[in-house]
Design a protein around this ligand. Sequence first.
Ligand code: VGL
Ligand code: ZN
Length: 200
Amino acid sequence: MTHPDRALIVIDMQNDFCPGGALAVAGGDALVDGINAAMDDFGTVILTQDWHPADHASFASNHADARPMDSVEMPYGAQILWPDHCVQGTHGARFVPGLRTDGDLILRKGFNRAIDSYSAFFENDRTTPTGLEGYLRTRGIGDLVLAGLALDFCVAYSALDAARLGFGVTVRTDLSAAIDHDGSRAAALERMRDAGVTIA
Ligand code: VGL
Ligand code: ZN
C-alpha cells in the first residue's frame, strides 16, 4: 500500500541501539530490511538520529555516584540515566549498516547538554521544539507512521507528542523493538493507545 500524503518517521536506527552497541535493543538490527522496504510506500521519509555531546546530562558517567538505569530528578522532571551512547560523530551514532538513508530529512536531537530529547518533536522538557512540527505542517502532512528504536522510549514519546499536536499517528510495532526496562514496553503501548495512536 502506498501513502503519498503520509510521512514515515524512522526513529534512531543507529549502531548504539543495535546488538553490540552501548544501549543495545534486542532485534534492532533485524528491522533494517523491513524499514527499507516500507520507505518505498511513503511520499516523505524522515530519519531521526540521537546525537549527544560527550558531556550530555543523560549519561550516568556525567553524574557522581550514578549508574546506568538509575533515575534522577532534572529541572524538567524524572530522567533515566543511560550508558554513554550516540555521541556525536562516533561509530555508535551512525546509522545501522544497510539502512537506507536516502530520505527527505535527517533530524538530529539530544544535542543540548542539559536536556534529553526522546521525542522527535520536543525535548524532554516537553516545550523546546525540534522544528519537526513546522516541517510537516508547512508540507501539508497530517498523517504519520512511526518505526524504529526504541519502541518504549523515542518511538513512544514521538508518537505521544504527535498525537497531542493533532497528527494522525500509527506505530508499526512489527518495525520497532523495545528496551523494556521495568515494564516500559507494556506501559508505552497502553499510553499510546489511550492517546489515540493506532498500534499496528
Ligand atoms: C533512546 C534512550 C536514550 C531511544 C535514546 O532512541 O529510544 N533511548 N536515548
Ligand atoms: Zn539518547
